[in-house]
Design a protein around this ligand. Structure first.
Ligand SMILES: *Cc1c(COP(=O)(O)O)cnc(C)c1O
Length: 355
């Protein structure tokens, strides 16, 4: 039996996507060749990447609105520096909501003045700062929609006239947002879309071309746009699986459908965390993430018992990040409600054991 996979990333993918992907490794398109041994410039693969790029824009409602979708390499971490390289002339504003935002900030400082408008570092990133002002003279504002490590999520985004840039690695395609508010969105594939190795970048093309520095080819968004995301060999397998996942999501009913399921899953788990006296949530309630729920035991001496119980229940991947401790249950798009129920059942069984 397949495990209930709560892994934070790389993470669970839809079963049918894994089946299709494994077939394509042996025999892609019934052509008696493997997907990973054909030219990335062959017609069948060009079709794959074009479909992945258009599905991404379609699902976000960004078709024909001046946006381009790219599949690049280097992970979301490479975007921390590419964003600054391509867009930071003099100064930029950043919101510091977690480990990943912190790393993006570190890279930005290499390219100009970095203004940290607010930070929740003082409280271990357990909330989203809300009262801050974005200066009007910055080149852009950067935020992280979902903080994978701490388990917090931005449920509102600031109104601003400067370009809005967002690291959506761990909640892209999970909920409806006014995506047109954003000028650049990036996401490593391995949280909600596919295997590691590809990073989706969605750019409003008009924000480019405004920095004076020379940008090396591989780091230049405009060049990747001009070359249709094929300047060099792209991550063919990761892009193929991402395309399958995006098609899976579209067939299900797209983001409006999956958002409902994601809300149900999160509601079920958080209700148990709040009800069960043996557990408590880590993040401020109004800022909790629907994707990554972080929680701890109220009595640490139960750790061994609880860990044995969830492992016996076929559950995988709920150990908290090493910097936070406790537990983290990641409930990405492909995780079924029944897996969350399995975890809740174990939490309830632990409580019964204690009585
Ligand atoms: C995982 C993650 C990253 C880093 O992604 P890599 O692909 O490993 O570079 C960046 N931001 C967020 C929000 C993440 O969850």
């Amino acid at each position: 039996m397949k495990k209930h996979n709560f892994s934070a990333g790389p993470c669970i993918l839809p079963e049918e996507v894994l089946k299709q992907a494994s077939e394509a490794i042996i025999n892609f398109n019934n052509d008696n060749l493997s997907l990973i041994e054909i030219s990335h410039r062959s017609a069948p693969f060009v079709e794959v990447i074009e479909k992945a790029r258009s599905l991404a824009l379609e699902l976000l409602g960004l078709e024909n609105k001046g946006y381009k979708a790219l599949f690049l390499q280097g992970g979301a971490s490479m975007q921390f520096l590419m964003v600054a390289y391509n867009l930071l002339n003099k100064k930029a504003a950043y919101l510091n909501t977690g480990t990943w935002a912190d790393k993006a900030i570190k890279e930005a400082k290499e390219f100009g003045e970095m203004i940290e408008v607010a930070s929740s570092k003082d409280k271990g990133f357990s909330y989203i700062p809300k009262d801050y002002t974005i200066p009007t003279d910055v080149d852009f504002f950067h935020c992280t929609s979902n903080n994978t490590v701490a388990g917090s999520q931005m449920h509102e985004f600031p109104e601003t006239d400067v370009p809005l840039i967002c690291d959506m690695s761990s909640d892209i395609f999970s909920r409806q947002l006014d995506f047109e508010k954003f000028d650049l969105i990036y996401a490593g594939a391995q949280k909600n879309m596919g295997p590691a190795g590809a990073t989706l970048v969605i750019i409003k093309e008009e924000i480019l071309g405004k920095v004076e520095r020379h940008i090396p080819s591989m780091l230049n968004y405009q060049l990747h746009i001009d070359k249709d995301s094929m300047y060099n060999t792209p991550s063919v397998f990761a892009i193929y699986v991402s395309m399958l996942t995006l098609q899976w999501l579209k067939d299900l009913g797209g983001i409006p459908f999956i958002e409902k399921v994601n809300k149900q899953k999160a509601a079920l788990l958080y209700a148990e965390i709040d009800r069960n006296p043996l557990f408590k949530g880590i993040v401020a309630k109004e800022d909790r993430s629907t994707m990554n729920a972080t929680f701890t035991l109220t009595d640490d001496s139960l750790k061994e018992t609880f860990d044995t119980m969830w492992k016996d229940a076929n559950i995988n991947g709920i150990n908290g990040h090493r910097s936070v401790g406790g537990y983290r249950a990641s409930m990405y798009n492909a995780l079924p409600l029944s897996s969350v129920q399995a975890l809740v059942d174990v939490m309830q069984a632990l409580e019964k054991n204690q009585k």
